[in-house]
Design a binder for this molecule. Sequence first.
Ligand code: 3PG
Length: 208
Amino acid sequence: MNTDDLFGLAPVVPVVVLHDADHAVPLARALVEGGLPAIEVTLRTPAAVESIERIAAEVPDAVVGAGTVVTAEDAERSRKAGARFLVSPGCTPRLRAAMAETGLPFLPGVSSASEAMALLEEGITAMKFFPAEPAGGVPYLKALGGPLPQIRFCPTGGIRPGNAADYLALPNVGCVGGTWLTPSDALGAGDWDRVRVLAAEAAKLRPA
Ligand code: 3PG
C-alpha cells in the first residue's frame, strides 16, 4: 500500500482516541461496516498500541494506522503493533527518517509552504495538513495548491460534516480526517450503531 492507495480507501479517515482497548474491535467493525476502512488510532492513550494490535488481528477489513506519531520510537512501535500507515501532527528530519524506515506509507504533518517544501525535497508528496481550520482552512489549502500542485493533503483539525465536502472538493485533498465520527460519549456507551451511522454519512461525502 502507498499513500495513493490510502487516499483511495475512503474520503474520510476517522481519527480515534481510545481509552479502553476493549472498544477497539467493535469500534473498528462499526467504522468498516459504515464504509470507512482506514482508521487512525492516535498514540495519545495507554490503550493505543494494544488497540492497534487488536484491530490488526481481529478486523481484517480494516486498514489500521497510527496517529500522533511524534517520535522515532512511536513509528517503530506502531509498525510492530500492526499499523499499516503512520500519521504525524508535524515533522522533523529524525521523525521523517524513522517513519520512512518502517517501510509503511506515512503522512507527515505540515501547516506551511516551507514545511511542505522541506518534505518535497525528500520526495514526499503526501502530507497531513494540520491543524487545518486554525491554520487557514480551505482558502489556505487552496492557495498552497497554486505553487505546490504536486502535493496531496489529508487535512485534519476542525473538520466536521459541515466543512468536509469543501475540503474534499479541492484537487490537492486526498482525504480528510477527524474525530467527529467517534464521539467519546458514544464510545463510553458502546453505541456502535451511532458510530456506524456517522461513518455511513461520511462515506457518502465522496465515492471512495
Ligand atoms: C488530529 O489529531 O488529527 C486532530 O486532533 C483531529 O482534530 P479534530 O478533533 O478537530 O477532528
